[in-house]
Design a protein around this ligand. Structure first.
Ligand code: NOJ
Ligand code: CA
Length: 661
C-alpha cells in the first residue's frame, strides 16, 4: 500500500506465527516495524491469527472540502484507501481498512455482520506500534479520568506515571498502568522524523491509551475499561472501530499542518447554520479561580450576581466581545467538589436568588451580547442526562447558542471513567442534543478530540489539557508548556485554553505569579488554536493596559490558512495565521524559560503587499519570573521579502498583527 505521493508505504501481512501484522515506511525509512493486530473477544479465541484474505479493493480520493470554521479554510484530502476482507480458521470475519496520506496513515477494524457477532465484548485490543528505537517522546500519563498534566520529555523507556503522580492537584486521577501514555503521543527519531500516534473518529468505543512493552519501543493499544462491566468495550456488529492514526513529519511543524485526522472523519452533518459562530468571550470566571468570589452562594462572596453579570456585559459590549460566560449561576455548587454524593445535586434550570436570569438575558440582548450557558456536571452524567431536555429548552427560551460543560471529579457511577466507552457515548449524546437545540459546545474535562468537529461543527473547543486555570491553583503552567502543546494535544483539535492573563503578579489574591510574560499571553491567541477564545482576566486588569488589550480585541478566531513559521518542541513555537476572508496576518511566538532570539522570513505574507507590523513584544529587561508585565509596542512597515529579528525573553513571547496597507 502507498499514498498517492508515494511517501508512505504500509505492508499488511501474516508474520511467521501467522499473526496479522503491518509495517510502515516513510520515504524509504522504517517508521513502524513488524507490529501485530487483533482482539481478545469475550469467550472466543484471539481474533487476528491465521487470517485468509477473501478480497480487497482500493480507492483514490483527490478532493478539497471547506471547513465551516478552522485554522485552515480549505482542506485537501488526497489519499489512497485499501480495504481487506479476512476470514480466520474458525470462519470468523474481520475487515481492515487503511488510508494512506503523504503525511501518515490511519487504519481501523470492522466487525462485519455475521452469526455469533451480534454482540461483541472486547476484552482487549492488541494493536502494536513497534517503533524503530527508544525515541524521544512528549507524553502525559494514561490517566483514565484526566488529561490535565504537564508534558514530560523523556525517551519512550522513560514513560512512567509514577514520576508524575502526586505532583499535581487533580480532582480525579485514575492511573492503572504505570508505563502507559495518553494520545496524541508525539515522538522524534534519531534521524529527525517526527511521529505522532492518536486516533480519529472516536465513536461508541473506549479511548485508546498506549502501553510501553518491555522492549521499550513497542507501544500497544490499551483501551480504557469499564470496571463496572469488566470489559473494555461492548459493540454490536456491524461495527467499525475508530481509526488508529500515525502522523509523520520531517519537522514538528509538518505534524501540526497535517489534516489527516480531520480527513478521517465524516463530512459536516449540520450544514452552515448561522448559530455556529466562532467568537471571543469574557466572563465571570477568573475571579473565582483567584478566590475573589465564589461559585456557590453560601460562601458569601457569590460571583454570578445580576449586578456583576451586567458589569461583564458592559465590558464585552464596549470592547466588541460576542460572548459572556457566567459560571456559578445555578444551584448545587455547595456540593460540587469533594462530595462523594454528587448525584442529583446540580440543577441546570434553577438560578440562585441573586441571579435574575430574565434580566441578565434582557440586558445582554439590549447590548448585542450573548450569554454563554454553563453546565458543570461535577461528573454526574446521569443527573445531567435526566435534565437535558429542560436544560436545553431553557437555553432555547433565551436564544443562547453556546454552553460550556464541565465534568470535575471522578465519574459517578464509580467504575466508569471519563475516557471509557460509556462516557464517550454520553459526550456524544450531549453534543447531538446541543446540535438539535442550536447550541455550540465548549467542553471541559472532555473526552479527547479526534476530529469530530468536522462532522459536528457545533463541537467548538475542548479543554482536555492543563489550561490557564492552573496558573491560579495548580503550581502554574511553566512557559515550556505551550511549546509542547501544539505538537501533542493540539494535533487532536481546538483548545479552550482560556488565555490572556495580564496581571501576572497575583500577590493581591494569593502568593504566586503567573509564570509567563504578558507578550507570551498575547501570543497564546495565535499559538493555541480555538474558534472560541476567552479573554480571561478581570476587566479592571485589561483597563490598566488598553494598548496591549488591543491585540486581543483585534485577533480573529477563524482563519484562512495557518503556517508554522519555526518551532522546536519544548523550546519555542512560532505560528502565523491569515484572517479568514481578510488580508491581515497574525503571528504568535512563545519561548520556554530560556527565551529565544528569533530570526524569521516573512515569506508567508502576500507578495507585493506592504504591511504595517504592529509588534507586541517583551521589553528588553522582561523576564517571566520578576518582570513579566514589561512589554513594548512598535510599528514597522514590512513585506514578504523582509526578515524579522525579535527577542523573546525567558518565558516570553511575541504577538504581531500584519495589517495589509
Ligand atoms: C474546571 C474548568 O476547567 C474551569 O474552567 C471551571 O471554571 C471549573 N471547572 C468550574 O466548572
Ligand atoms: Ca479543567
Amino acid at each position: 500500500m502507498r499514498d498517492p505521493d508515494k511517501a508512505v508505504v504500509a505492508t499488511l501481512y501474516s508474520n511467521e506465527e501467522g499473526e496479522m501484522s503491518y509495517m510502515v515506511t516513510y520515504k524509504g525509512e522504517t517508521v513502524i516495524e513488524e507490529s501485530t493486530m487483533g482482539f481478545h473477544l469475550r469467550d472466543q479465541e484471539f481474533l487476528g491469527k491465521d487470517m485468509k484474505l477473501l478480497s480487497f479493493d482500493s480507492l483514490l480520493t483527490n478532493e478539497h472540502w471547506e471547513q465551516l470554521w478552522g485554522e485552515d479554510h480549505t482542506i485537501k484530502d488526497y489519499n489512497r484507501a485499501y480495504s481487506f476482507r479476512f476470514e480466520d480458521g474458525q470462519g470468523r470475519k474481520l475487515n481492515v481498512h487503511f488510508k494512506l496520506f503523504k503525511d501518515g496513515l490511519g487504519f481501523r477494524y470492522e466487525f462485519p455482520e455475521q452469526p455469533g457477532f451480534e454482540e461483541i465484548i472486547i476484552d482487549d485490543e492488541f494493536t502494536e506500534f513497534t517503533m524503530t528505537g527508544d525515541h524521544m517522546a512528549w507524553w502525559i500519563p494514561a490517566d483514565y479520568d484526566s488529561y490535565e498534566y504537564l508534558y514530560n520529555t523523556t525517551k519512550i523507556s522513560g514513560i512512567d506515571s509514577s514520576i508524575v503522580q502526586g505532583k499535581e492537584l487533580l480532582a480525579s486521577v485514575t492511573i492503572q498502568e504505570k508505563h502507559a501514555a495518553s494520545t496524541p503521543l508525539t515522538m522524534k527519531t534519531e534521524s529527525g522524523l517526527h511521529i505522532s500516534i492518536h486516533e480519529a473518529n472516536l465513536t461508541n468505543f473506549s479511548s485508546m491509551t498506549l502501553r510501553v512493552e518491555d522492549d521499550k519501543r513497542t507501544l500497544t493499544s490499551s483501551l480504557v475499561p469499564s470496571d463496572i462491566h469488566g470489559w473494555k468495550a461492548k459493540v454490536q456488529a456491524p461495527f467499525k472501530t475508530p481509526w488508529r492514526t500515525i502522523q509523520i513529519g520531517e519537522t514538528a511543524g509538518d505534524l501540526l499542518e497535517s489534516k489527516l485526522i480531520l480527513n478521517l472523519n465524516e463530512p459536516n452533518k449540520l450544514g452552515e447554520p448561522e448559530w455556529i459562530e466562532p467568537q471571543k468571550y469574557v466572563g465571570i470566571w477568573w475571579e473565582m479561580h483567584l478566590q475573589m468570589s465564589s461559585w456557590d452562594l453560601a460562601a458569601g462572596k457569590h460571583g454570578a450576581t445580576t449586578k456583576n453579570a451586567k458589569k461583564y456585559i458592559d465590558f464585552a459590549a464596549k470592547h466588541g466581545f460576542k460572548g459572556v460566560l457566567i459560571e456559578g449561576w445555578n444551584t448545587g455548587w455547595e456540593k460540587w467538589i469533594g462530595f462523594p454524593d454528587r448525584e442529583g445535586v446540580f440543577d441546570f434550570v434553577t438560578p440562585y436568588p441573586d441571579f435574575d436570569i430574565d434580566e441578565v438575558n434582557r440586558y445582554a440582548d439590549s447590548k448585542g451580547v450573548d450569554i454563554i450557558m454553563h453546565h458543570e456536571t461535577s461528573a454526574a452524567p446521569r443527573t445531567y442526562e435526566q435534565q437535558l431536555d429542560t436544560a436545553y429548552a431553557l437555553m432555547q427560551k433565551y436564544g443562547m447558542h453556546g454552553v460550556k460543560t464541565g465534568y470535575v471529579g471522578p465519574i459517578i457511577p464509580e467504575g466508569e471513567y471519563h475516557h471509557g466507552q460509556w462516557m464517550v457515548n454520553h459526550y456524544r449524546k450531549v453534543l447531538k442534543k446541543a446540535a438539535d437545540s442550536e447550541v455550540m459546545v465548549f467542553a471541559h474535562e472532555p473526552i479527547k478530540a479526534t476530529g469530530l468537529r468536522r462532522t459536528y461543527p457545533n463541537m467548538m473547543a475542548r479543554e482536555g489539557l492543563r489550561g490557564s486555570e492552573f496558573n491560579a491553583w495548580g503550581g502554574g503552567n511553566p512557559p515550556e508548556h505551550l511549546t509542547i502543546v501544539p505538537f501533542t494535544r493540539m494535533l487532536a483539535g481546538p483548545i479552550d485554553y482560556t488565555p490572556g492573563i495580564f496581571k501576572m503578579d497575583l500577590s493581591k489574591y494569593m502568593d504566586r505569579v503567573v509564570p509567563t510574560t504578558l507578550a507570551y499571553q498575547l501570543a497564546e491567541y495565535v499559538v493555541v488554536y480555538s474558534p472560541v477564545q476567552m479573554a480571561s482576566d478581570l476587566p479592571e486588569h485589561y483597563n490598566e493596559k488598553l494598548d496591549a488589550f488591543q491585540f486581543i480585541k483585534d485577533v480573529p478566531v477563524d482563519w484562512e490558512k495557518s503556517v508554522v513559521v519555526d518551532a522546536e518542541i519544548g523550546d519555542y513555537t512560532v505560528i502565523a495565521r491569515l484572517e479568514r476572508l481578510g488580508n491581515d496576518w497574525y503571528l504568535g511566538g512563545v519561548a520556554d524559560e530560556n527565551g529565544k532570539q528569533l530570526t524569521f522570513k516573512l515569506d508567508f505574507l502576500q507578495a507585493g503587499v506592504t504591511y504595517e507590523a504592529e509588534i507586541y513584544r517583551d521589553a528588553d529587561d522582561a523576564h517571566y519570573l520578576d518582570n513579566a508585565e514589561a512589554y513594548v509596542i512598535e510599528k514597522l512597515n514590512v513585506n514578504s521579502e523582509s526578515e524579522m529579528s525579535i527577542n523573546m525573553a525567558p518565558g516570553g513571547g511575541v504577538a504581531i498583527r500584519f495589517r495589509a496597507l
